[in-house]
Write a protein that binds this ligand. Sequence first.
Ligand SMILES: Nc1nc2c(ncn2[C@@H]2O[C@H](COP(=O)(O)OP(=O)(O)OP(=O)(O)O)[C@@H](O)[C@H]2O)c(=O)[nH]1
Ligand SMILES: [Mg+2]
Length: 698
Amino acid sequence: MIRIALAGNPNSGKTTVFNALTGSQQKIANYGGVTVEKKEGAFKSKKGKNIIVLDLPGTYSLDATSPDEQIAQEVLLGLRKDTEKPHAIVVVVDADNLERHLYLTLQLKETGTPIIIALNMMDIAQRHNKKINIEELSNKLGVPVVPMVARSELGIQALKDFLEEEKFTSIDIQRKWKLSPPLEELCSRVSQKLVLKNLVAEEVSDFYARGLLRTKNSPLSQVLKLPEDLQKYLTQCLNQLAWQGIHFSEEEISARYQWIEKILSTVLHHPSESQITWTEKIDKVLLHKVAGPFIFFGLIAILFQSIFTWATYPMDVIDTTFGWLSVQVENIVPSSFLRDLFVEGVIGGVGSVIIFLPQILLLFFFICLLEDTGYMARAAFLMDRLMARVGLSGKSFIPLLSSFACAIPGVMACRTIENKRDRFTTMLVAPLTTCSARLPVYALLIGAFVPAIPLAFGLTLPGVTLFGLYLLGIIGVIGAAWVFRKTIFRGEAPPVILELPTYKMPQLKVVLRNMWNRSKMFVRRAGTIILSMSIVLWLLSSFPKNPELENKLVLEGASPQVVSSNMLEQSYAGRIGKFIEPVIKPLGFDWKIGIGLVASFAAREVFVSTMATIYQVEGADEESLSLRESLQRDTNLTPLVAMSLLVFYVFACQCMSTIAIVRRETNSWRWPLFMVAYMTALAYVAALLVYQVGSILF
Ligand SMILES: Nc1nc2c(ncn2[C@@H]2O[C@H](COP(=O)(O)OP(=O)(O)OP(=O)(O)O)[C@@H](O)[C@H]2O)c(=O)[nH]1
Ligand SMILES: [Mg+2]
């Protein structure tokens, strides 16, 4: 068994290589910081050897400080308890950005672990007329180089063959570049001491010595379990360097880069350096000061409009199918408790949520296109100035954008943010971004209460309302971030450098795979949490039965509608709703919405299935109405109440999974609880304002 780790700068194609090697389906996208966790996979070589492959977050160097980069460093240096040190490292290098990517390569080589270079993106290098002498590169660095185009799986077999042969057992790890004489002397003194104390092997002592001399609190000092006298000696050396004004790491960086330049002068031939690339031409427009933001908002508007217009057809099909299914069950199965549970609870509840699958898929289709072309990073760039105003950096923008899909990957993507205050602020505001779980709630209420009046440019009122709700979420994010940066996370916003990847043609395969994974997740949610909540809710709203009251009402000549409505009111669910009604009354919500609110604390979509179940139970004896029609008929539900409800959903934190992930990422209960508290307060106040002010105005 061999363990191989994939390392490299962000966006160099590590995950693409990983998926090609192991047949996995990890997420790939065209911006740095997609992978923030280590992922393991494996493949069997031709000779039947089991080769374990580890995909890692990208890292620019072995001295980085953001949490995702630290994971990569710890694995690569064998500092983690949960992961064995790899036998070899495949460094995925972007052939189009050789100079920058070779920096990490050199650093990794110095660690003493055998490395192999997977020289990826050869197609782009070629397109930019760069000629790379691969043999020369391999000779100069003293490591094997396998050229490849990972996304077309070119060169993957060659890499597999190489790993199979295990030709990587011995390499020459002596660094070829030199520091200034006093620093060289200092290095050799420290490394001698490390060897004398038997702390490290002679070959790698230089690497560790430099690591210890670079910063005061190097993680290496804990790993090596430095004895006290050596620790003292090191502190002395570091103080002396500081006193002399010598920046060890700066000198090291520039020495390494000088050496890389020297290698590249013979390896890389780039005759037309001044040629303007496609990416630069496109960016002239898309990053234009005026046109850029304009295009960005235009794209987003189109996105929301199409969610409403294009998705109607498949939605109708799903709606009809579920309706047909209920009728079939009602016709075939004799009237019974189980039949009602099945029709009203299961089909009604789950069906009411599944119907939104086409809209969610469309949303993901667009997000995927934005991510895979490389536009996502541009959007971050465009927003950088705005983000700086509220005290965040452009780095926060990608986690926030990911939150449009779901807050969970969004919160995890915060690992790419180095500055802790920045990271925590972003994590706490990310769930205010409108995630796809809110979409069913929005779509249901907008569909029921906002008339399809056409506006200018092919936009309609429902599309614009949806856009408005997303915008409101964004305003919430910006406002909350601003407040946090002024209060609990006060401090300077650190400057960051955003890397803009070259534009790439999105791959249909990647987009479809992403959408497929998303639908699986959505259907799984519908089949688990929403299904079980629907059943529980049906039980709660059907029991306890009260035959006496029912008989009395029937004798009094009450209509079936009034009877079932009364029965619902005295059910367990009704009592819960009634119990919280006084609290939500000022927002315009009655006890039925109250039931929905309570149920949707587990997950937002549950609101939709809850409403479906409640109205079905209530309207049991009537001709079956669609959920939308039932909502429109409810006299307590005015458009103003719907608005207040929508605004409540924009800000409320109704997602157990988000709370759990924030707990994990911050390693404390304090922050997730704080998040729930501030978001609930915000939601309450905002909905209160909408309803009260609206009541006065209209
Ligand atoms: N043209 C071209 N694009 C590639 C190649 N390999 C990967 N890509 C694209 O490069 C982008 C980044 O790929 P990923 O595999 O996500 O990169 P990564 O190194 O895992 O990125 P992080 O996880 O963010 O560090 C994606 O858009 C890929 O489709 C290649 O050989 N040629
Ligand atoms: Mg990756």
